[in-house]
Design a protein around this ligand. Structure first.
Ligand code: F0G
Length: 372
């Protein structure tokens, strides 16, 4: 067996990169597709639910798939610096891949609203972190303005190479299941990832999509079989930050799921196409529902994702209970990021399960026996 070296080498013939481009990779991708064993029974839903755990990527989120391709292309084109606005995960990935490539990273983050682990990642990888007195949408606007004159490549998902990398998650799902699922549920913030998945599923099915910018004849789609099925794409937003539900930008987005605290999604048009082409829908979740599902998944399945990620499963469970997703469906939920990035959100609710005893055998035994 050869050593796995990331999505560029795995899918080079389906990515719009020069063959000579040196891959800037950290071995991202090949993330587990975990079948839920306890939650469906516990929640009385009848479905095959899988979670695609993107939190085990090298920097702990799905952003690595897009960043490896975007940074590879930027370096190939001669860029010496990259820039992004971020709610945290993009900045962590940009910082890490820039470090790997030996170029500079500049990241704009919203003041006080980014999970501590993500901030630590950007710092440790040596990025210049610019904390702005504003939110993600302000940061996005500023990045676009600054990049007009400064010699920096934007690596937000408005960079099409990002979506091209992120589409590989759909490839892996089709390979693992032997077909596309009936429903694919994702959290939606800037709306790049739902678009990227749709591009990936469309390519697997050999079908064109209005959301797909690149579709060269030369690409090799063999290996995915010939079935034409694509899933219905379902996007979930946090209620305080749900522009797709409001029908337009939200000016002061708020949610505990800081990763998707975005009021003006950059891939709005593409995500609407996905919604129409796939006959899917958008829905919203209260912060309390998101956090309850994050807990449930951690306690009952052993999977610790960050709050934004849990919205995909929270929404899928609700839609299954309401019959919007029919019983017997095969459902994939993307868990976009690792829960360890945001310990505060867990610890804020108290140290449940923590028992303090004297350093003595009897006390420890009693603590155990009372709880067995
Ligand atoms: N889940 C997590 C954990 C994220 O970090 C993001 C986006 C999303 C979901 C939404 O994905 O934007 O493609 O719709 N995070 C970006 C960032 C905005 O800056 O890290 P999307």
């Amino acid at each position: 067996m050869s050593r796995y070296t990331g999505i560029i080498e795995a899918y080079r013939n389906r990515l719009p990169l020069d063959l000579e481009a040196r891959a800037i990779s950290l071995g991202e991708g090949r993330t587990p597709l975990i079948r839920l064993e306890n939650l469906p029974r516990l929640e009385s839903v009848e479905a095959d639910i899988y979670v695609k755990f993107e939190g085990v990527n090298p920097t702990g989120s799905f952003k690595d798939r897009g960043m490896t391709v975007a940074v590879t292309q930027a370096v190939h084109e001669g860029s010496r610096a990259i820039i992004c606005a971020s709610t945290g995960n993009t900045s962590a990935a940009a910082a890490a891949y820039a470090a790997r490539a030996g170029i500079k990273a500049f990241v704009l983050i919203p003041e006080g609203k980014i999970a501590l682990g993500k901030l630590a990642q950007a710092i440790v990888h040596g990025a210049t972190v610019v904390q702005i007195r504003g939110n993600f949408d302000d940061g996005m606007r500023l990045v676009k303005e600054v990049a007009q004159t400064a010699p920096v490549a934007i690596v937000n998902s408005i960079n099409p190479y990002r979506l091209q990398g992120q589409k590989t998650a759909a490839f892996e799902i089709v390979e693992a299941l032997g077909r596309a699922p009936d429903f694919h549920c994702l959290p939606v913030g800037n709306a790049g990832n739902i678009t990227a998945h749709w591009i990936g599923y469309s390519e697997c099915a050999g079908l064109e999509s209005g959301a797909c910018a690149h579709f060269p004849d030369s690409w090799d789609f063999s290996g995915f079989g010939t079935q034409r099925k694509r899933p219905r794409m379902v996007g979930y937003q946090a209620a305080g930050s749900a522009p797709f539900l409001r029908g337009g930008p939200v000016h002061n987005p708020e949610t505990v799921a800081t990763a998707i605290r975005i009021g003006n999604p950059q891939s709005w048009d593409l995500a609407w196409k996905v919604h129409e082409e796939s006959h899917g829908w958008f829905d919203e979740l209260e912060d309390a529902e998101i956090l309850a599902t994050q807990r449930l998944l951690a306690e009952r399945e052993g999977v610790f994702c960050e709050p934004a990620s849990a919205s995909s499963l929270a929404g899928a469970l609700r839609d299954l209970k309401q019959g919007k997703i029919p019983a017997g469906s095969t459902v994939v939920c993307t868990l976009t990021g690792n829960g360890m990035k945001d310990p505060d959100v867990i610890l804020k609710n108290g140290l449940t399960g923590l028992v303090e005893v004297d350093a003595e055998r009897g006390a420890v035994e009693r603590a155990l026996l009372e709880r067995l």
